[in-house]
Design a protein around this ligand. Structure first.
Ligand SMILES: [Zn+2]
Length: 139
């Protein structure tokens, strides 16, 4: 596998199931067994009711672009060769928001409220990043 050359996520004990899921190309989020609310990013306890009674569930991987920005200059040094690229906030169908990249299409085709689905980028032996692509065939 080619050297990634960029900062890597550092899984914590409570986020490791998320990263393990990504490695299997499954997008996992947490769910609170007490108040039944979905949770993302990975937490040690529920941010809604403070319960530690959490479980992992497989998300659909589908959502809608809530907002985005095009990074075309002043990117961190490690990412400067990737410009222009899109950093987006995605509202997953399960009701949580996730920050990621929109990939696989010209950046001028991306708009808010577009439907997206997860794709997985195996960047190292240990880490796979969840990214998103447009569902509709505008690319
Ligand atoms: Zn809760």
């Amino acid at each position: 596998m080619k050297e990634y050359g960029k900062p890597l996520p550092k899984p914590t004990p409570w986020s490791k199931p998320f990263w393990d899921g990504c490695k299997r190309h499954e997008l996992l989020i947490q769910n609170c067994r007490d108040c039944q609310k979905p949770i993302f990013y990975p937490k040690m306890f529920c941010p809604h009711c403070l319960s530690k009674n959490l479980e992992w569930m497989k998300a659909s991987g589908r959502g809608v672009i809530y907002s985005y920005t095009i990074v075309s200059s002043y990117a961190p040094t490690e990412f400067s060769n990737d410009t222009p690229y899109i950093v987006a906030i995605i509202n997953l169908k399960e009701g949580v928001r996730m920050m990621s990249n929109i990939t696989g299409c010209p950046i001028d085709k991306v708009k808010c409220d577009m439907d997206v689905e997860v794709v997985f980028d195996d960047i190292s032996e240990e880490i796979t990043l969840p990214k998103f692509k447009l569902i509709s065939p505008v690319c």
